[in-house]
Write a protein that binds this ligand. Structure first.
Ligand code: BG6
Length: 476
């Protein structure tokens, strides 16, 4: 991310009164304003179907900043930001109204609308003559399956060039995720052991303690596979496993990611476990089961947990299983990668205090803890030869004494700057759908297993432990 103001442009948020705009986009834009990282000139135009006006939109933005920004609203700097804010009512003015309010030749259009409305919105934007000089941000999920993703790609590419399109996957904007590239390619030590000769298997967990809250309707159409695994998890995995790019220019990085996506083997039914939370206790609080949540069918079979075993068929990774899982209402919130190295081949320490020699493990903790730790064996001081695992630890907070920046700030700034590095390219998105497509439309004749229940506050259904056995999940 450059620390310069992007060139002058208007920013248009389509769906400006929705949850994402209030929780993430408006606070992120405000923080960019505070850091002098918004364009020198340009409006921020909110667009939504329901009637509103500039002054009400300013009030909504102030409320959003007060509630969700990591820096408090500063009365002195607010008026300059508020002055940029304008509102266009979709139901009466349409996108022609947006065109009238735009002041700059360039504009960033952010589609913060339900995925089912993407194609229609893109057509309306094009019909209103807003494509020239525009960049378009689309928020995941990019389609509902392979066919709908291809339909969306077609509608988009008939109107916008690929260089105009920015597919946001906010995990790629997380500081700790970007550090994966520095960790791998900036340190000569780890890259030497980053392959099948040294690594036994890799685990990646995205566990959330929250349930579906007020998003039951959305989740009923989505489920864990589409919401997290197909996008966030596979995108981060591609950074963990791709080859070194020839430079850090965006297309060089995205070319390597695409190659990796094409080496992922499409899933088969045996590679997947689906789960759904039942009532339980999370962090000491009783919570209802998924089927009791607002907006959820009491007979729903939608998965709130998914675990998969994935293979990457290339020279580096052939034979190394990747175990990936995500779930809502898990024991605690954590997003972390565990790289488990091969066991030591020697046997002369066996029976010296631990059952089996524990393999070395590298743990990359993405959130809420931001740290990297390496677990290795050490001799317990004393006259006996006893061996125990110990840890070397790096923590962002302790080493750098700063809070990592919000993903949306970084990504919005990069999109205004035209930098694609942290955005998903059409070919990778298409391949990610191909990878999950065989297990997406369950139940089918070949793949009929049902969702397995798990109590809220646990680490998922027992079938997930069977998927990884005889190995064990970290954490568990
Ligand atoms: C979103 C999903 O993409 O990511 C949500 O739609 C999920 O269901 C969220 O809760 C998690 O994001 P984060 O940054 O809190 O891990």
């Amino acid at each position: 991310m450059s620390l310069e103001r992007p060139a002058d442009q208007d920013i248009v948020i389509v769906g400006a009164t929705g949850d994402l705009a209030r929780r993430k986009l408006l606070p992120a834009l405000y923080n960019l304003h505070l850091a002098n990282l918004l364009p020198e000139k340009g409006k921020i135009i909110g667009y939504a179907r329901g009637a509103s006006d500039d002054s009400k939109f300013r009030q909504l933005a102030a409320g959003a900043v007060r509630e969700f920004s990591h820096t408090p609203l500063d009365e002195a700097s607010w008026p300059a930001f508020a002055e940029r804010l304008a509102f266009v009512t979709g139901s009466t003015e349409g996108f022609a109204g947006v065109r009238r309010r735009c002041e700059q030749a360039a504009r960033l259009l952010y589609l913060s609308v339900p995925a089912s409305a993407f194609e229609d919105t893109i057509r309306q934007i094009a019909d209103a003559g807003l494509v020239d000089g525009a960049r378009l941000i689309i928020e995941k999920p990019f389609g509902h399956d392979l066919a709908s993703s291809r339909a969306l790609a077609k509608t988009t590419s008939e109107r916008f060039g690929e260089q105009q399109v920015f597919r946001i996957d906010h995990y790629l904007g997380k500081e700790t995720v970007q550090n994966i590239l520095v960790f791998r390619f900036g340190n000569s030590l780890y890259e030497r052991v980053w392959h099948r000769d040294a690594i036994d298997h890799v685990q990646f967990t995205v566990a959330e303690s929250i349930g579906v809250d007020s998003r039951g309707d959305f989740y009923e159409e989505t489920g864990a596979l589409r919401d997290i695994l197909q996008n966030h998890v596979l995108q981060v995995l591609s950074l963990l496993t791709m080859e070194a790019p020839s430079s850090f220019k965006s297309e060089a990085v995205r070319d390597e990611k695409a190659k990796l996506f094409y080496a992922m083997r499409p899933l088969s039914c045996d590679d997947l476990v689906r789960g759904q939370y039942t009532a339980g206790a999370v962090e000491g609080r009783r919570v209802p089961g998924y089927r009791e949540e607002e907006g959820v069918d009491p007979q729903s079979n939608v998965e709130t947990f998914a675990a998969m075993r994935l293979h990457i068929d290339n020279w580096r990774w052939a034979g190394v299983p990747f175990y990936l899982r995500t779930g809502k209402r898990m024991a605690r919130r954590t997003t972390e990668v565990a790289v488990i190295f091969r066991e030591s081949p020697v046997t002369y320490f066996h029976g010296t205090g631990i059952e089996r020699l524990k393999p070395n493990m590298l743990n990359i903790s993405i959130q809420p803890e931001e740290r990297i730790s390496f677990q290795f064996l050490a001799k317990v001081p004393g006259t006996e030869m006893r061996v125990e695992p110990v840890e070397m630890d790096f923590s962002y907070g302790e080493s750098f004494k700063v809070q990592p920046a919000e993903a949306y700030e970084r990504l919005l700034h990069d999109a205004m700057d035209g930098d694609h590095t942290l955005f998903a390219r059409a070919d990778s998105v298409d391949r990610a759908w191909e990878v999950v497509e065989p297990v997406l439309h369950e139940p089918t004749a070949d793949c009929s297993h049902q969702v397995a229940p798990y109590p809220a506050g646990s680490w998922g259904p027992p079938q997930a432990a069977e998927l990884i056995a005889p190995r064990l999940w970290h954490p568990r």
